[in-house]
Design a protein around this ligand. Sequence first.
Ligand SMILES: Nc1ncnc2c1ncn2[C@@H]1O[C@H](COP(=O)(O)OP(=O)(O)OP(=O)(O)O)[C@@H](O)[C@H]1O
Ligand SMILES: [Mg+2]
Length: 179
Amino acid sequence: MTSPNAQPIIDLSGVTKYFGTFHALKGIDAEIKEGEFFSLLGPSGCGKTTLLRMIAGFEEPTAGTIVIGGKSMAGISANQRPTNMVFQSYAIFPHLNVAENVGYGLKKGKLSKSEQAAEVVKALEMVDLVGYGKRAAHELSGGQRQRVALARALVMRPKVVLLDEPLSAWTKSCVTKCK
Ligand SMILES: Nc1ncnc2c1ncn2[C@@H]1O[C@H](COP(=O)(O)OP(=O)(O)OP(=O)(O)O)[C@@H](O)[C@H]1O
Ligand SMILES: [Mg+2]
């Protein structure tokens, strides 16, 4: 539960995006507080992914401002932002196994190898994939791949996790089973 006094972690003001002459996003304003779980709902093509990509720094807004943790993100590259994005098309590295995928980002940090391994196990626990560490990427279902991508983001403990329909393959399977 978010406290009413929580600070905004993300502040969007007039965020606008043109792709050439195509007006994809028209002046988005939003304030997202620390601890808040904020969902973007809308039909296919309405601009959800584009907005997340701009918050993550993969796309620049044509107009408007994005402030994260009180700091303007104008000109700040994706790898310098306190964000981590799980992509709609679950981009996990095909040549690495599950544990290597999840631990990839920790390699550049200060943790020892055994500490990194412990963090990977904790992240796999969070997505219910304990025991899958040695599996190759191609030996996983679509929903499992999405959960690996989610664990890979969570293991970095970013201030902001941007989830672009990260459980869509999982949900589709559930819908199919329930019918
Ligand atoms: N690089 C691009 N160049 C031109 N148009 C683009 C580009 N990226 C996205 N668009 C267009 O911008 C609009 C918003 O796309 P976006 O991917 O943000 O939609 P979405 O809401 O995530 O849709 P979905 O629910 O299908 O994933 C779409 O009409 C799309 O065709
Ligand atoms: Mg999308």
